[in-house]
Ligand binder design. Structure first.
Ligand SMILES: C[S@@+](CC[C@H](N)C(=O)[O-])C[C@H]1O[C@@H](n2cnc3c(N)ncnc32)[C@H](O)[C@@H]1O
Ligand code: FES
Length: 451
């Protein structure tokens, strides 16, 4: 039985460039427009919207089907969506100008497409060609590098309300011919649009990548651009077993971008952590390596009686101070410059947080921190680790396995660790009731109690 009154399938099958496909003809924009319109008209409880793979009608894409009646639409564009949603989904009358009901022709096209596709794949296989998935993964650095360079050169800000390559080149003091090549690639990647000689930001790049925009992520993303240089040393890091210093390391600018990058994630995750841990019985918190202070700030805002102490390295503490005073919680959050691997933690805390910390350190260093945290906590106090947690065999989740390499190139002896490793270290340090709390998103919590 169909649980929804109507069920829409929109083809979003990606295909290699140059081969006809629904996404190449705009099905992703159609999907977005459908989703918005369905929500706006309050139909989301009756209408289910689902993406689907190729239906063999690619030359007539974007293709979508509405079930249970089986009404097929072809060549749908975002401008058609308002009509389809109001007339068909709302009032039950298909939009005839877009309906495709020549069943024999559709079937013939689909069967022929299937045969051609299988023949083409067999020919490629016989010729020993790299599968597309593998090829794309290997060349994945190209789009990434393009965007990182655009961010480093602040191209999206220079594009402003629209400009040509020469004007943009002059604004960023770069070669106009090369700038034009980069701009064209950014258009190909869907981050700019081009009309005549003029380039414009898309809604997405204007919102996230332009300096001064409300949701500007550029400073934080420059941290990702910095990490690029470290990843270039991966081969040697694997040979030697540890990080290879690069010229870009540890400049004040690097540190500022790093903390901005951390703040971007932490600000979004902090309310989840506060909710998962609660504030009952929490009066004193030690936030080890607090960075931007986002987690202490969230606890301070959630409970006026909470006092937080952030311990971070001397280069970071002035930046932490900026975030804390901007948040208006300086009376509840104090800062300490030091080294968590050496310094005495003091005592009497109800909560000690290690958010995105343990991956920087070796097993032995983490075990030592856990032991000293146990001594610094009051009775019923908790140690909480937030990190990317590996499966027992350490081959996934993918982001945690890749992040482990991020630590190989960036630290002396850091890595991603598994739940079992964290649990064993907590138990060995004297914690009880050690448990994992899964959070939405890539990192989870491991919490241990002092009895
Ligand atoms: C990955 S960031 C995490 C920041 C913050 N906890 C968060 O989740 O947003 C690691 C933080 O630990 C700090 N840190 C690194 N080594 C440290 C050490 N030995 N002592 C104190 N802080 C340290 C860094 O300066 C940085 O702020
Ligand atoms: S790619 Fe959509 S029908 Fe083939």
């Amino acid at each position: 039985m169909e649980p929804f009154r109507l069920h829409l399938f929109v083809c979003t099958q990606q295909k290699p460039e140059g081969i006809p496909s629904c996404p190449a003809r705009g099905s992703v924009a159609v999907l977005g427009a459908l989703d918005r319109e369905i929500q706006e008209r309050g139909l989301n409880h009756e209408v289910q919207l689902t993406t689907c793979g190729c239906m063999g009608l690619c030359d007539e894409g974007p293709v979508m089907v509405v079930y249970p009646a089986g009404v097929w639409y072809r060549r749908v564009q975002p401008s058609d969506i308002s009509d389809i949603v109001s007339t068909h989904l709302g009032n039950g009358k298909p939009v005839n100008r877009l309906v495709w009901n020549d069943a024999p022709a559709m079937k013939a096209m689909s069967v022929e497409h299937g045969e051609k596709f299988r023949d083409a794949m067999a020919a490629r296989d016989k010729a020993g060609m790299l599968p597309d998935r593998l090829d794309q993964m290997i060349r994945g650095y190209m789009p990434s590098r393009c965007i990182l360079t655009a961010l480093e050169l602040d191209i999206f800000t220079a594009v402003g309300d629209g400009a040509n390559a020469e004007q943009i080149g002059a604004r960023i003091h770069a070669n106009a011919r090369a700038v034009a090549m980069l701009l064209n690639a950014l258009v190909a990647l869907g981050l700019l649009s081009k009309s005549g000689d003029d380039y414009k930001n898309t809604a997405e790049s204007a919102r996230f990548l332009v300096q001064g925009s409300k949701d500007n992520h550029r400073n934080g993303l420059l941290h990702t651009a910095n990490i690029w240089h470290r990843w270039s040393t991966l081969t040697d890091a694997v040979r030697t077993g540890t990080r290879i210093p690069v010229d870009y390391d540890d400049t004040p600018e690097w540190t500022r971008n790093f903390i901005a990058g951390m703040q971007r994630n932490a600000k979004a995750r902090a309310p989840l952590v506060v909710k998962a841990l609660g504030t009952a019985g929490v009066r004193r918190i030690l936030d080890l390596g607090g960075g931007s202070g986002a987690y202490s700030i969230a606890f301070a805002k959630a409970c006026p009686y909470v006092q937080c102490e952030i311990l971070d390295i001397p280069e970071v503490v002035p930046l932490t101070s900026e975030y804390v005073s901007q948040a208006g919680v300086s009376a509840q959050v104090s800062l300490r410059a030091g080294d968590m691997l050496q310094d005495d933690f003091s005592s009497g805390y109800d909560l000690i947080m290690l958010n995105a910390i343990c991956h920087m350190f070796s097993e032995e260093q983490n075990q030592d921190i856990f032991r000293r945290a146990h001594q610094a906590l009051a009775r019923n106090g908790r140690l909480v680790v937030q990190d990317f947690i590996l499966n027992p065999d350490k081959t996934g989740p993918q982001h945690a396995a890749l992040f482990s390499l991020n630590m190989l190139v960036a630290t002396e002896a850091g890595a991603s660790y598994s739940e079992l490793e964290y649990t064993n270290w907590m138990n060995a340090a004297g914690f009880t009731d050690v448990r994992r709390i899964d959070l939405p998103g890539p990192s989870d919590l491991i919490v241990g109690l002092v009895k």
